[in-house]
Structures are given as C-alpha cells and as structure tokens.
Design a binder for this molecule. Structure first.
Ligand SMILES: *Cc1c(COP(=O)(O)O)cnc(C)c1O
Length: 397
C-alpha cells in the first residue's frame, strides 16, 4: 500500500458526498465521467485471461464492473460508513440480491410488519417458495422480535422510521439481539439515508437502499444499493454478476450527482416536514398527525437519539371517511398525487386504497392504516405554498 496522504480518510459526510469514489482518467475531468459501454477492451490475450480469472483487477463487462457504478458504490459505502457497497437495478433488486446471496433453503427471517409493501410480497411469495420461512413482528416491540427467534433464524430485517406512521425501531437494541443470536441484521435506510441515520454505526450488519428515492432526490432513475462488510458484499456481487440485476452506468451517474446534495436536501425536507406537521397537528379538521418530529409522537425520543433529523415523510388522519380523503386529495392543486416519495416535488397519497390497498381490512387495522389517513412526502417547495394547498384540501372536506 502507498502511504500517500488520503484527505478523505477522516472526512465528514459532506466531503465524502462530493469527493469519495473519484478516480480521474488521463483526460483530467473534474466531474465524474459517464462510461456508457457494455464491455471493455484488453491490451493482450494475457491481460484478458488475467482479468477474467480475477488475478488482475480491471473492467470486463458492465454487468459487474463499470467505473461509473464503482464511483457510486465507493461513495455510498463511504457515506454509510461501510467497507463496501454493491449497486443494483432497483431497491427491490437490492433486497432480493441480499437474500439470495446470504440465505438458503431452511433458513428463517424475522421481518417488521410495517416494511415497504413489495418487500412483504418478496418475502412471503418468493422466499417462502424457496424454503425460507418468514415471521413478521411489530417494529417497535423488542420482546416480539426476541420471541420470534428460532434456531434457524439467519436474518432480521427492518425499515425505520416506518411508512406511513413513522414508528421508530431501536437499531442498537435490535443489533444486540442479532449479535446474541449470531444472525445478520439488515436495515432498509431509504427514509433517512446516511444524511440522517447511520445504521452500521449503531450495530447493523447491512444497509439497504432504494436509490430511487432520496439518493436521486429528483424522481428520475431506479436503483438500489447494499452496503456492509467485504465478506458479505463479495457474495452479493457474485449474485449480481451471475443473475444480472445490475445498475446501469447512466443511473449510477445520476445518483452520484444526487449524493452530492443529499445532506442539504434531507435537512430541507425535514424542516419543511416539521413545519407541515406542526401546522397539521393544530388543525381542527385533523384527528392525528404522525411525524416523529412532534414531541408527543411515541418514537420521538428514540428518533432524536438515533437520527439527526426526522425526515420528509408524514401522515395524518382527517375528520371524515374515505370519501372525504378523496375529496381532499382531489382539491389539492400543487402537490403531486402519486405514491412515489423522496422527490423534490411533494407527493400526496391515500395509503388505504393505493400503497396499502392489497392488505385485508384486518391487516389494515393492525397496521394502523385507517380510511381517513393521508400520507405526504414533503418536497422542497416553499412551506407557505404547501400549506395553502392543504387548505384547499381542508376546504373540500
Ligand atoms: C421504494 C422502496 C423500496 C423499493 O425500491 P425500488 O427502487 O422501487 O425497487 C424499498 N424500500 C423502501 C423503504 C422503499 O420506499
């Protein structure tokens, strides 16, 4: 190893966000270049053989190595404080690749009930089909996690804060539980991003991202990432290399640019969401506001400890039924009526009939998804304009 001074060795998050993973070419480009090529040329038959066998590092084929994707991987790994990262075609590909690489038939997974809906389907429909058993537990009930452990439990999976009620899991306590049981603890850090929460520093083994959300931040590209220790990332990369859910270099290039402004955006999303939550919380036509930034929210103390801000997603219950919610949504003119989140543009959705529409009535009741619940992923518009839009909704109730 060279002992050349590395200015990024003890650098802070904002420095890593704009500088980690840069390997300039001989052209001397300042911004990160985009390599749109599916394969790479070798200088000799000897070099080709050495690259294929892995004896010599270097690019071969863009299903598993491209300089642009490498820059994204190095940058998100540095920002999460992980040894390495593997980029994937989407957030779901990140979760699937992690499970395919690290689980086998006969293993057992414990997963929080309030994870992203498609994650639940992945676990219940596909993993179970290949002999992986899954138990779902309440995110915030530590004794339920403990009670769900079996001798064959290999992995604990959670998402915190949860969507859409902002319940908060104790990452440190769950990581201690996983260590005592010698299984892996995986956290989907999509809602906070490393700008607000560092699960690896709190003891998690692996962090999952849907880069589609805040890492891009402008709703342009699909992508995902898995971050963790080298031994695990090698297995995940081997799965990607063989099975192909790889990130496109173009998408990686978009995400690299997104990461540069991640901290600034997450602060602004959180500030706007806090302002909106306080407005909703005192509104006479609101029965409940769910946002961990409100002191009375059950997750407030824990979120204050393990997050540096409360994020951009909140939900609230209006006085009225489903029809009233739909009138509210239809009366807004500025916010986008879409299920996506993590975008500069504020999005609004009725969970009971969209994102959580697949749940049975009993499952909805258990998950707290009431018919009068509205979720907002607060964007970067001026708060006054967003509040004016909410007033149009309330006027239609
Ligand atoms: C969107 C989302 C995913 C899935 O990511 P895609 O990029 O849409 O595949 C996973 N987890 C969370 C928390 C999400 O919000």
């Amino acid at each position: 190893m060279s002992d050349k001074f590395n200015p990024l060795e003890n650098a802070g998050l904002n420095t890593l966000a704009v500088r980690a993973g840069i390997h300039r070419t001989q052209e001397g480009e300042h911004a990160e270049p985009l390599f749109m090529t599916s394969s790479y040329v070798f200088n000799s038959a000897e070099e080709a053989a050495a690259r294929f066998s892995g004896d010599e590092p270097g690019n071969v084929y863009s299903r598993y190595t491209t300089p642009t994707v490498n820059t994204f991987q190095e940058r998100i790994a540095a920002m999460e404080g992980g040894e390495a990262a593997v980029a994937t075609a989407s957030g779901m590909a990140a979760i699937l690749s992690t499970c395919m690489a690290l689980l086998k038939s006969g293993d057992h997974v414990v997963c929080s009930k309030s994870v992203f809906g498609t994650t639940t389907v992945l676990f219940s429909k596909y993993l179970q089909k290949f002999g992986v058993e899954v138990t779902s537990v309440d995110l915030t009930d530590l004794s339920a996690w403990e009670a769900a452990l079996q001798p064959n439990t290999q992995l604990l999976f959670c998402e915190t804060p949860s969507n859409p009620l902002c319940h908060v899991a104790d990452i440190k306590a769950l990581s201690e539980l996983s260590k005592a049981h010698e299984c892996l603890f995986v956290v989907d850090n999509c809602f906070c991003t490393p700008a607000l929460q560092k699960p690896l520093a709190l003891g998690a083994d692996i962090v999952i991202h849907s880069a589609t959300k805040y890492l891009d931040g402008q709703g342009r590209c699909l992508g995902g990432a898995v971050v963790g220790r080298q031994e695990h990332m090698q297995e995940v990369l081997a799965f990607i290399r063989t099975c192909g859910p790889s990130m496109s270099p173009f998408n990686a290039w978009v995400f690299i640019k997104g990461l540069e402004t991640l901290s600034l955006r997450m602060k602004a999303h959180s500030e706007n969401a806090q302002g909106m939550a306080e407005f909703l919380n005192q509104h006479p036509q609101v029965e409940a506001t769910h946002y961990a930034g409100l002191p009375e929210h059950p997750g407030h103390a824990l979120a204050s400890k393990q997050q540096s801000a409360f994020g951009g997603v909140l939900s609230f219950e209006v006085s009225g039924d489903k029809a009233a919610c739909w009138r509210f949504l239809n009366a807004t003119q500025l916010m986008s009526l879409t299920a996506n989140l993590g975008d500069a543009k504020t999005t609004i959705v009725h969970p009971a009939t969209t994102t959580h529409g697949r749940l049975t009535d009993d499952q909805k009741r258990e998950a707290g998804i009431k018919d009068n619940l509205i979720r907002i992923a607060v964007g970067l518009e001026d708060l006054d304009d967003l509040i004016a839009d909410l007033e149009r909704g309330f006027a239609a109730l």
